[in-house]
Design a protein around this ligand. Structure first.
Ligand SMILES: *Cc1c(COP(=O)(O)O)cnc(C)c1O
Length: 371
C-alpha cells in the first residue's frame, strides 16, 4: 500500500458508505478516466468482470465467435465461455510478444470468407508492453469488428503517448493483488462511449429496470466495486507513477546485469511505447546459454526465488483443446516458443536491491556453471 489508503477507508466507515456504490466509487471512476484520458470508467469487482461486461455490451451471445490473444492469462478468455461464445486464439508476434497483426489478418479473412466475423477481438498488452495497436486497429476497422483492450497488466503504460487501454471500443484494467496497483480485488471498464458505460452500470447491478418494485427484463450481474475498495483504489492511483518508475528501475537493473549473457534476450520495448514493466521477462536460447528455461527456473526455485515461466498459451490449455488457433505464420509459432523459453523474474515494486541482487547472482552463477 502507498500510505493514504486508510484515510479513504476511514471516510467510507465514518459516512457509513459500506456498499457497492458511494462517493469513493464515483471519485475513483472519475480519476481513472481523467488519468487515462477516456470519457468514462465503471468500477467493478474484477478485471474478469470488466471483460464480461464488455462482451455483454457488444451483444456476444451463444454461437458467436470472439478472437483473443493466445499468450495470456485465462481470465482474458473465460468471459467468452460465460457468454456461450466460441474463442478463436491468435498467436503473438516476436517484437511485442502480443497479438500478431499478420495472424489476425489471416483469421479475419477466413472468418469473413466463412461469413462468420467475430463479435469482438480481445487484444492483450502482456506484462505491460503494448501490442502493435495501430496495425491491429487498422485490420479490425477493415472488417468493422470492435476491439477490446485487455490492459489488466498495462495500467500506467503508454502507446504513442496515449494511455494503454484507451484504444479499443472498451478497455479493461485489473486491481487484483498481483497487479501494479491493487484494491485487493477489483477492475475497471473504460470507454469513450458513455452511453455504453451507463448500460454497463445497469448490467453490473442486476439489470434493474426503472420501477418502484424490482423489475427485470435482462440478465444482470452483481459486479460493482465496493465503496471501501474504491477508497483503496483512489490512494493507489496516486502512487501509480511511482510504481511504474520502481518497476522500470527493476527492469534496468536486471538488464544491466544480465543482458550481455549469451542466449538471454529481454522483452524489448516497442518504439513509441513506454511499458510499466509490470514483470521483467526474458527468453533463454538453450543452445547459446547452455541451459534450458526449465533448468534455470529449477535452479532459482532451489534458492527459494519465485520466478515463473511466461503464460502458457491458451490454445495449449486442456480447457480450450478444441479451439481454433492462428499462428504468426506458416513456420513461426511465436507463443509456443515464448512459453518454452520465457522466464518472468520477481519484479515487485517494493523489491529491495539486495533481494534483486540475490536473483541476479543466482542467474549468473547458474549460467556460469553450465557454459
Ligand atoms: C489479471 C488479469 C486479468 C483478470 O483480472 P482479475 O482482476 O484478476 O479478474 C485479465 N487479463 C489479464 C491479462 C490479467 O493479467
Amino acid at each position: 500500500m502507498g500510505g493514504n489508503e486508510q484515510k479513504y477507508i476511514n471516510e467510507a466507515f465514518k459516512t457509513n458508505w459500506i456498499a457497492p456504490l458511494g462517493p469513493n466509487v464515483d471519485a475513483f471512476e472519475k480519476e481513472i478516466a481523467n488519468y487515462i484520458g477516456a470519457n468514462g470508467a465503471v468500477a467493478v469487482s474484477s478485471g474478469t468482470a470488466a471483460i464480461h461486461l464488455a462482451l455483454s455490451l457488444l451483444d456476444v451471445k451463444k454461437g458467436d465467435k470472439v478472437f483473443c490473444s493466445s499468450l495470456t492469462f485465462v481470465a482474458s478468455a473465460n468471459p467468452i465461455l460465460y457468454q456461450g461464445a466460441e474463442p478463436v486464439f491468435i498467436d503473438s508476434e516476436p517484437d511485442s510478444w502480443n497479438m500478431s497483426p499478420q495472424a489476425l489478418e489471416t483469421a479475419l479473412r477466413d472468418a469473413c470468407y466463412e461469413g462468420e466475423l467475430p463479435k469482438a477481438v480481445i487484444v492483450v498488452n502482456l506484462y505491460g508492453q503494448s501490442a502493435k495497436i495501430d496495425e491491429l486497429i487498422t485490420i479490425c476497422n477493415q472488417y468493422d469488428v470492435p476491439m477490446i483492450e485487455d490492459a489488466a497488466e498495462s495500467l500506467g503504460s503508454t502507446y504513442k503517448g496515449k494511455a494503454s487501454g484507451t484504444f479499443g471500443k472498451f478497455g479493461i484494467y485489473s486491481f487484483n493483488g498481483n497487479k501494479i496497483i491493487s484494491t485487493s480485488g477489483g477492475g475497471m471498464l473504460v470507454s469513450n462511449d458513455t452511453v455504453a458505460l451507463n448500460k454497463a452500470r445497469f448490467l453490473a447491478t442486476q439489470a434493474r429496470d426503472p420501477a418502484p418494485h424490482y423489475e427485470h427484463s435482462e440478465i444482470g450481474f452483481n459486479y460493482r466495486m465496493s465503496n471501501i475498495l474504491a477508497g483503496i483504489g483512489i490512494a493507489q492511483l496516486q502512487i501509480l507513477e511511482q510504481r511504474v518508475k520502481a518497476r522500470r528501475l527493476i527492469f534496468e537493473r536486471y538488464y544491466h546485469k544480465l543482458a550481455h549473457i549469451p542466449g538471454i534476450y529481454f522483452m524489448t520495448e516497442l518504439g513509441n511505447t513506454c511499458s510499466n514493466r509490470w514483470l521483467t521477462t526474458f527468453t533463454i536460447d538453450e543452445k547459446e546459454a547452455g541451459i534450458s528455461a526449465k533448468l534455470l527456473l529449477d535452479s532459482m526455485a532451489e534458492e527459494n526465488i519465485e520466478a515463473r515461466p511466461v503464460w502458457k498459451p491458451l490454445h495449449m490449455q486442456p480447457l480450450f483443446k478444441e479451439v481454433r488457433y492462428y499462428s504468426h505464420n506458416e513456420i513461426q509459432n511465436v507463443s509456443e516458443q515464448l512459453f518454452k523459453t520465457g522466464i518472468c523474474l520477481p519484479s515487485g515494486s517494493n523489491m529491495k536491491v539486495e533481494e534483486q541482487m540475490r536473483v541476479i547472482d543466482c542467474v549468473q552463477n547458474t549460467l556460469k556453471l553450465k557454459v
